[in-house]
Design a binder for this molecule. Structure first.
Ligand code: GDP
Ligand code: MN
Length: 379
């Protein structure tokens, strides 16, 4: 689950990290009032679940309340990476002497949290990682001990040559690690972590992604979900009990089991296609899930062909077949459908599908290849 910057800032602030005071506005009038309260120049920042807001024109400075109002008017309603801006953060404009990057992720390679820092922070950290990876420094954290003082200070010196700033950065990293572990994050980032002209280190931005599996034990964090700011298809899928992630390819995939869903996406790529989504209908045998899945997949205009890949174990192939037939009665299917199913009640499923005018394959390679070809022909 993604948090908004303003929500992440509040968590960072609670942990003791220096974050400038800020407030959220949903209208230009509110933005003006906040700017008046704060006094002086402000920065108006789009609150959407997307990076690169600065580059997209979603972060702008304003000299005072009147300008804050017109700036907010321009940013509210803007679209950034497909998401409509419904809120802006208004914060006092900071004077920036330097910008660095601090982030913590769960690293699969080392199976542990890794703290990453770079003195080349700001809006282009992806480019730094790609072109000058020597400017990124890492420390692996042993989750039993947490981020140790000497590790944090070592990273602090990678950012700043002097002890005073390195110490401030080190303290921030250790506080950030507390937030990371406390909420069960898979990623937390401060970019930029700035120094002001007087040498104070301050967090100017905050990004926090919480592992969905942690939400059951952190209802306070789960309550921060802003469904209105999420992709509609993902909200619908969650409500229907489906694991769904929208991607940007054109082969819609409907699969049972996360492992098979991953293998299916790999095979789509192997045959030269691009999956439009990850979708796991789960292990149960509920035809309604198939109906929901198909309506979510067909709502994506990028989808050119739809691939069902079902391995019947606990999931019964006949239930899936009934779901497909029921779904195609409710939804006009205007794109080719390739069905592969094998396993429990396979023969029954094939009869059901044939009765409704569909055909089914049992070979996964053949099915994926066909779905990729149909998507290409339709594109
Ligand atoms: P992002 O592009 O989505 O990561 O949004 P950020 O919050 O990181 O803002 C992008 C850039 O805007 C930062 O790297 C800064 O250079 C600039 N910026 C943000 N806030 C301020 C501020 O208070 N003062 C100044 N001078 N620049 C700011
Ligand atoms: Mn940023």
């Amino acid at each position: 689950m993604n948090l908004h910057e303003y929500q992440a800032r509040a968590l960072l602030k609670d942990a003791g990290i220096p974050v400038p005071a800020a407030e959220v506005a949903e209208s230009p009038e509110d933005a003006e009032a906040i700017a008046r309260r704060l006094g002086g120049a402000v920065v108006v920042k789009a609150q959407v679940h997307a990076g690169g807001r600065g580059k997209a024109g979603g972060v702008k400075l304003a000299k005072g309340p009147a300008e804050a109002r017109t700036t907010a008017q321009g940013i509210l309603g803007m679209r950034i990476k497909g998401l409509v801006v419904q809120k802006v953060l208004v914060a006092p404009a900071a004077e920036i002497a330097s910008e660095s990057y601090v982030g913590i992720i769960v690293d699969r390679g080392t199976q542990s949290p890794v703290v990453m820092v770079s003195p080349a922070g700001g809006i282009d950290i992806e480019e730094v990682a790609a072109k000058t990876p020597e400017k990124i420094f890492r420390a692996r954290v042993d989750a039993r001990h947490g981020l140790l003082p000497h590790q944090a200070l070592g990273l602090g010196f990678r950012l700043y040559p002097d002890l005073a700033r390195a110490r401030q950065a080190a303290a921030i990293m250790r506080q950030l690690y507390q937030v990371f572990g406390g909420v069960g994050a898979s990623l937390v980032e401060i970019n930029p972590l700035i120094t002001t002209p007087d040498g104070t280190v301050v967090a100017l931005d905050a990004k926090l992604v919480v592992d969905d599996n942690e939400l059951d034990r952190r209802p306070d964090i789960a309550a921060l979900r802003d469904a209105e700011a999420e992709l509609p298809a993902e909200v619908r899928a969650r409500a229907a009990g489906l694991s769904y992630i929208q991607l940007d390819g054109n082969v819609g995939c409907c699969v049972n089991g996360a492992g098979l869903a991953m293998a299916t996406m790999d095979l789509v790529k192997y045959y030269g296609g691009q999956p439009a989504n990850f979708l796991d209908i789960g292990g149960s045998s509920n035809p309604q899930k198939v109906v929901d899945a198909l309506s979510i997949i067909t709502a994506d205009p990028n989808v050119r062909s739809i691939l069902f890949n079902i391995f019947g174990g606990i999931t019964r192939c006949d239930d899936v077949a009934n779901g497909i037939v029921a779904a195609t009665r409710q939804i006009t299917l205007d794109r080719p459908l390739v069905i592969r199913l094998t396993g429990t009640n396979e023969a029954l499923a094939v009869d059901i599908l044939k009765g409704a005018g569909f055909s089914a394959l049992t070979d996964m390679d053949q099915a994926v290849e066909q779905a990729v070809r149909l998507a290409r022909e339709a594109a």
